[in-house]
Design a protein around this ligand. Structure first.
Ligand SMILES: Cc1cc2nc3c(=O)[nH]c(=O)nc-3n(C[C@H](O)[C@H](O)[C@H](O)COP(=O)(O)OP(=O)(O)OC[C@H]3O[C@@H](n4cnc5c(N)ncnc54)[C@H](O)[C@@H]3O)c2cc1C
Length: 444
């Protein structure tokens, strides 16, 4: 029998793949199936972002004199409807997992001690163990951090009201996504970034994101020092380049990264932050024990977690398969869907264009906010090295482009590409343009 700890994207993928290949599998999930992705992460952001985007669109059409009003958000209805949908999806995942032949134990905590798995109080004899216990939001150790009104993505759905004055701690994608949502919902938003805001993002995308977040005050190179307030949060005390800053607020949202959940795992090697050490076949330092997903500290993304779960299962099945972390596409959802994928190539040549008018961008033409597209390619071979886009459905574009990049496709392969029309994608015309330049020997 195989035991999988954790029913998030990594654990569920591993369990289902093992079961579909004829293995006996028990999946232990102490909370709800779907993990962080469904309940506190990707899907929650989708739910809130869809409402925010609808409001941005309505505001734009109102400003153009087309709509008569801008709808207000019923925040509590939004949260309760969101939970209903999450439960519906969890039901589908439960049925799909059981349908594959996996036994699920809910409400029990699994732990590992010296090569043995313990479910609740019972020691279980397992042929293999897959640790997929995920991650949790990182909580900074500052005074007042436990005050009422301080939230993480895991507690956001229990907010008692829409924040009026919100401070978001974090300077990455997660923080930017929440800033867009709450800015659009009408909150007064401050974003506090310990270093540069979106510093790892393509500079074109980061500049566009700052424009979209013009209603958010962004404080960079600034650290949270304390949360003020007697019974609940009343403000934050910050330390920045120019000294101390105090900001009044009714809510703080911690969106400054994730920490591996591995405290219940003993007898395998871990990194300093608790991430479980694995090789490319997802094997830990202990024989028969595998780990996958956020708990390993790999890029904390659902598709990576799922693929690691698949690779772990393949190796348990005796098929040698390794993780390949090159060309992993990523996205960030503000009004546009920002998406990018990059293969490191310092010689790459790039071209950038504004996004074309199409579904979802027509009424952005007057404000000039149709997004953008950027393609990079190797000047000697024409091979694709990267794309960045801000467009409706940018994530879908990036996922397929990443797949092509992994096959070593070059810009000239797009000479015969036939698009659909209308479409708000600026990537394919750039490919054709770069192909022309490449064939003409003017590619630098
Ligand atoms: C706000 C936010 C937004 C995000 N947005 C995106 C996005 O847009 N795109 C993207 O790709 N990724 C996103 N992520 C990251 C994504 O959610 C994670 O990478 C993904 O959920 C990792 O899957 P996992 O299976 O490794 O872990 P998790 O999803 O954390 O699942 C782990 C599961 O294990 C269970 N568990 C823990 N300990 C035990 C135990 N001892 N016994 C039994 N069960 C246990 C937990 O209850 C949980 O269900 C986001 C994350 C957050 C917080």
């Amino acid at each position: 029998m195989n035991v999988v700890l954790g029913g998030g994207p990594a654990g569920r993928t591993a369990a289902v793949h093992l079961a579909l290949n004829g293995e006996e599998v028990t999946l232990v999930e102490k909370g709800e199936i779907g993990g962080q992705c469904l309940h506190y992460g990707c899907m929650m952001v989708c739910a809130l972002n869809e409402a925010a985007r609808a409001r941005t669109t309505a505001r734009n059409l109102h400003d153009l004199g087309i709509f008569t009003s801008i709808p207000d958000i019923r925040f509590q209805s939004l949260l309760s409807r969101m939970k209903e949908v999450q439960q519906k999806i969890a039901g589908i995942l439960d049925a799909e997992t059981r349908g594959a032949g996996v036994s699920i134990i809910y409400g029990q905590e699994g732990r590992v001690e010296n090569g043995t798995v313990i479910i609740g109080d019972e020691e279980v004899d397992a042929d293999s163990i897959v640790i997929a216990t995920g991650s949790r939001p990182t909580i900074p150790a500052v005074p007042g951090i436990s005050s009422a009104g301080v939230h993480t993505p895991h507690t956001l759905s229990s907010m008692d009201d829409l924040p009026k004055n919100l401070v978001i701690i974090g300077g990455g994608i997660m923080a930017a996504e929440f800033a867009y949502i709450f800015q659009e919902f009408g909150a007064d938003v401050h974003l506090v970034s310990r270093s540069g805001f979106l510093k790892n993002l393509d500079p074109n995308l980061a500049a566009l994101a700052r424009k979209e977040l013009s209603g958010t005050r962004i404080l960079e190179d600034t650290a949270l020092k304390a949360i003020e307030g007697e019974t609940r949060v009343e403000g934050v005390h910050l330390e920045g380049k120019e000294g101390n800053i105090d900001i009044s607020c009714d809510t703080v949202l911690l969106a400054a990264g994730l920490t591996a959940r591995s405290e219940m795992i003993a007898g395998v090697e871990k990194k300093q932050g608790g991430e479980i050490l694995v090789d490319r076949r997802m094997r830990t330092s202990a024989s028969g024990i595998y780990a996958c997903g956020d708990v390993t500290g790999s890029p904390r993304l659902t598709p990576v977690a799922r693929h690691e779960g698949f690779v772990a299962a393949e190796n348990i099945l005796g098929r040698e398969r390794e993780m390949d972390y090159s060309a992993i596409p990523q996205s960030m959802n503000l009004f546009h869907e920002y998406a990018f994928v990059e293969i490191d190539n310092p010689c790459a040549v790039s071209a950038t264009v504004p996004g074309p008018a199409g579904p979802g961008t027509f009424w952005s033409v007057p404000s000039g906010r149709t997004g953008l597209a950027r393609v990079s390619a190797d000047p000697d071979t024409g091979t694709l090295c990267g794309i960045a886009t801000a467009a409706p459905s940018g994530g879908i574009i990036a996922a397929y482009q990443a797949f092509l990049m992994r096959q070593g496709i070059g810009v000239t392969s797009f000479d015969d590409f036939i698009e659909v029309h209308p479409m708000a994608d600026g990537i394919y015309p750039l490919m054709k343009y770069l192909s022309c330049k490449f064939r003409a020997g003017k590619f630098s």
